[in-house]
Write a new protein. Structure first.
Length: 300
């Protein structure tokens, strides 16, 4: 028996969630935020958007808590610091109800739908989650000034909170081994939450390494763990994560460890050759790495 294609599974799940929340038809779904990474929320929004398409309702984001608020945004929406709107498809709201999606296990189903979504389907949905123009300009300027004409492969290494909490931690040696197999003409855009990994990359590959100056963990503390009621870095840390994700999507290939940030990069560019690196994949990675190498060199 053939396995059900991911896209069909996505639609079956969306139909089931739409049935559960059918009161939102011709009205709106209201998604509340929660503690956690920005791209975990991003994936949850993708799941909500797919269900809102089935229900033909709008989606409103009520993001006034969570990790990326700052003292300046206390009691206000923080999402629009980064994205153009917190109401998607407002024209759909007619006379229907507003159905609230608080941060419970029930609403976590939308996040699971987003994380497991087929890339081309996710890509179509991402077109409705538009970045603010100033962030798009910052991304464009960095790419033009730092990527140059070299073939560029993105490497996203997420390490600080991967100690069996979300996924098994990938050792530095495994990541460096994978990159060392690629043609020496290839450069690397490094997105990481660990300063030590970046330092190791620079020692190993020197001027082939491109990165942004930003806050990184030096002691294993996850970069999105801070007190948003007394710390004004919520905006800069959120912006850094967003710019990294969008720059990874601009590369010619992507090698990533388990993370919603670089998963979102693969959604933003569904044609990007991508390899998910974990403890069990490197031994059989030759074909995938060759595919990424060919794609990168074809742009040189």
């Amino acid at each position: 028996m053939k396995a059900t294609p991911t896209r069909l599974k996505n639609h079956f799940t969306a139909l089931n969630l739409a049935r559960i929340h059918r009161g939102a038809a011709n009205g709106e779904l209201v998604l509340h935020d929660r503690a956690g990474g920005l791209f975990s929320l991003y994936c949850q929004i993708l799941g909500c958007l797919l269900v809102s398409d089935v229900l033909k309702c709008s989606l409103r984001l009520s993001f006034i808590t969570g990790d990326y608020r700052t003292p300046a945004t206390a009691g206000k929406d923080w999402w629009t610091q980064f994205f153009e709107t917190d109401v998607i498809n407002p024209e759909r709201k007619q006379n229907g109800k507003s159905i609230e999606l608080p941060p419970t296990k029930k609403s976590a189903r939308f996040a699971h739908l987003g994380v497991g979504m087929a890339r081309h389907l996710a890509y179509k949905l991402t077109e409705r989650i538009r970045l603010r123009p100033e962030l798009l300009e910052e991304i464009r300027e960095f790419k033009e000034s730092r990527f140059g004409t070299a073939p560029m492969v993105g490497i996203h290494y997420r390490g600080t909170d991967k100690l069996l909490i979300e996924a098994e931690r990938v050792e530095y040696g495994s990541a460096l081994d994978a990159l060392a197999r690629l043609d020496p003409r290839i450069h690397f855009f490094v997105a990481t939450d660990e300063q030590e990994f970046l330092d190791t990359m620079v020692r190993k590959f020197g001027e082939r390494v491109v990165f942004r100056e930003q806050h990184r963990s030096t002691d294993g503390t996850p970069v999105h763990h801070f007190d948003p009621d007394h710390d004004d870095t919520g905006y800069t840390r959120g912006k850094d994560a967003i710019i990294d994700a969008f720059l990874l999507a601009e590369c010619h290939g992507l090698i990533r460890t388990p993370s919603n940030l670089s998963l979102a990069s693969s959604f933003l560019n569904p044609y990007l050759p991508t390899f998910l690196l974990n403890s069990g994949t490197l031994s059989g990675a030759t074909r995938d790495l060759h595919r990424i190498e060919r794609a990168a060199l074809s742009h040189s």
